[in-house]
Ligand binder design. Structure first.
Ligand code: KIV
Length: 288
């Protein structure tokens, strides 16, 4: 029986629920978070999946690529996000070199995401070559999300951020990779920066959901980096980023106004100060 929209909006999202969503033609909405506050706002907005992405290296730490992110850093970000999310499925991104050395190392790191950070699934990049690792992690009871197309951890191998899977040979390999990930037990696959026609073909050929980023309108779901969508990260803007707000500009306006108010001695005013002999209002001390 199809769930009513209101009931579905309250229901905890699990990997099983994502599968149901694919089968029922309900789109999956996913975004990234690296901190408690962002995760709380996303979760309360009804997002289905929150990815604690290694894009934190670029967006949170200011690096040029995602390559430098470490397991301890990812575990810290994932643990604060997992604490905030009540409904969304939280997925931790296995960072570069945390799953390539051996299946044992990969399993240990995926397990740390579950046990220490309390996420509900992990994501890793790659196709057929990572499938034995995917199977090993899934066999241990840890759900795995794949990631194909433009896989940012391999950026130095590609040498470019151009669209992947344009040539037929690469497109056919991507189809094989997607099928292999499904057969290895992955519960979903991210498709990044590939032609819309190829993403449609992959989506049609898989039982498990595809989640696109720069992969056209026919994936089972979409994911973006929250800081891109909010206009907070503006160093570059790929075509697939739709800006829903200009928060970077709004924040800078607020910071400039605050600086001007302090320098002009108009902040704080009398109402924003405490005076001897007055009654305590019993206000919350806020964040301090
Ligand atoms: O690290 C990340 O944020 C990602 C998404 C862009 C899919 O992998």
């Amino acid at each position: 029986m199809r769930s009513q929209p209101k009931e579905a909006a309250r229901r905890k999202v699990t990997t099983l629920r994502l599968q149901e969503m694919k089968e029922q033609g309900e789109r999956i909405a996913a975004l990234t978070a690296y901190d408690w506050l962002m995760a709380r706002l996303l979760d309360e907005s009804g997002i289905d999946l929150i990815l604690v992405g290694d894009s934190a290296a670029m967006v949170f730490c200011g690096h040029d690529t995602t390559i430098s992110m470490t397991m301890p850093q990812m575990l810290y970000h994932a643990s604060v996000v997992a604490r905030a999310a009540k409904r969304a499925l939280v997925v931790g991104d296995l960072p570069f070199m945390s799953y390539q050395l051996s299946e044992e190392e990969a399993l240990k790191n995926a397990g740390a995401f579950m046990k220490e950070a309390l996420v509900e699934a992990v994501k890793l990049e790659g196709g057929e070559s990572v499938c034995p690792t995917v199977r090993r992690i899934v066999d241990a009871g840890i759900p795995v999300m794949g990631h194909l197309g433009l896989t940012p951890q391999s950026i130095h191998k590609f040498g470019t951020y151009k669209t992947r899977g344009v040539e037929r040979g690469e497109a056919e390999q991507l189809l094989r990779d997607a099928k292999a990930l499904q057969d290895a037990g992955a519960f979903a696959v991210v498709l990044e920066k590939i032609p819309a026609e190829l993403a449609r073909e992959v989506t049609k050929s898989l039982r498990i959901p595809t989640v696109g980023i720069g992969a056209g309108p026919d994936c089972d779901g979409q994911i973006l980096v929250s800081h891109d969508l909010l206009g907070l990260f503006t160093r570059f803007r790929p075509r697939f980023v739709r800006r829903y707000a200009e928060l970077g500009k709004a924040m800078q306006d607020a910071f400039r106004q605050y600086t001007a108010d302090v320098k002009g001695a108009t902040f704080p005013n009398a109402a924003e100060s405490y005076w001897q002999g007055e009654e305590e209002a019993g206000e919350s001390s806020g964040a301090t």
